[in-house]
Ligand binder design. Structure first.
Ligand code: FE
Ligand code: FE
Ligand code: FE
Length: 189
């Protein structure tokens, strides 16, 4: 990035807007649509990565309730991958995955937690913590994607994305419940 000239305010280089075209600029809408599509590719990669990460987390968990919840969310996630493929189809694009650095990092953090904790309650508490970070990333992403779909007039795609958003929220609540009803207490004492 170019540094602003010393002692002065940086010059604005944007071309002046033509009156009455501020919200109907086709290049702006194209950019927004492209950003929507790129975000879909990002979460498509993330969901696929989770279908590989979740079984490892379930395997390392001790609590039966936690193992069950993770395995349940695994099948939900596999369905979310298919749902995203439907979304791509609805918007007339080929389903493509683009590496999500955030999810790669969250999965790496989960792996580190599992390595650094001993099998049992503390590891379970760590797995829940890591899983909830994943769910929160997904909630933020799908929340955004729903709004974008609505704005772009992609109503049907928006409904599908809202279904996934609800599933991620359910999973997050379920994990809180497991942590607070048993795992945290057992990890602490
Ligand atoms: Fe998901
Ligand atoms: Fe991402
Ligand atoms: Fe999820």
């Amino acid at each position: 990035m170019k540094a602003p000239a010393k002692g002065g305010t940086p010059k604005r280089t944007a071309t002046p807007k033509k009156p009455g075209t501020a919200n109907s600029n086709p290049s702006t809408e194209d950019g927004f649509r492209k950003f929507f599509e790129d975000s879909l590719k990002d979460i498509y990669w993330a969901e696929k990565a989770l279908t590989k990460a979740l079984p490892k987390m379930a395997k390392k968990a001790t609590s039966k309730e936690l193992t069950l919840a993770i395995n349940e969310h695994l099948s939900v996630t596999q369905n979310q991958v298919k749902r995203l493929e439907q979304v791509f189809e609805l918007i007339g694009k080929k389903a493509t995955a683009k590496k999500c650095e955030a999810m790669a990092g969250l999965i790496k953090e989960a792996e580190e937690i599992m390595e650094e904790t001993q099998h049992g309650d503390v590891r379970d508490a760590g797995i829940i913590a890591a899983a909830q970070k994943v769910e929160h990333y997904e909630i933020a992403t799908y929340g955004t994607l729903c709004s974008f779909a609505k704005t772009l007039g992609e109503t049907e795609a928006g409904h599908l994305l809202a279904e996934t958003l609800a599933e991620e929220k359910d999973c997050d609540l379920k994990l809180t419940e497991i942590a607070e009803s048993s795992v945290n207490e057992m990890a602490a004492y």
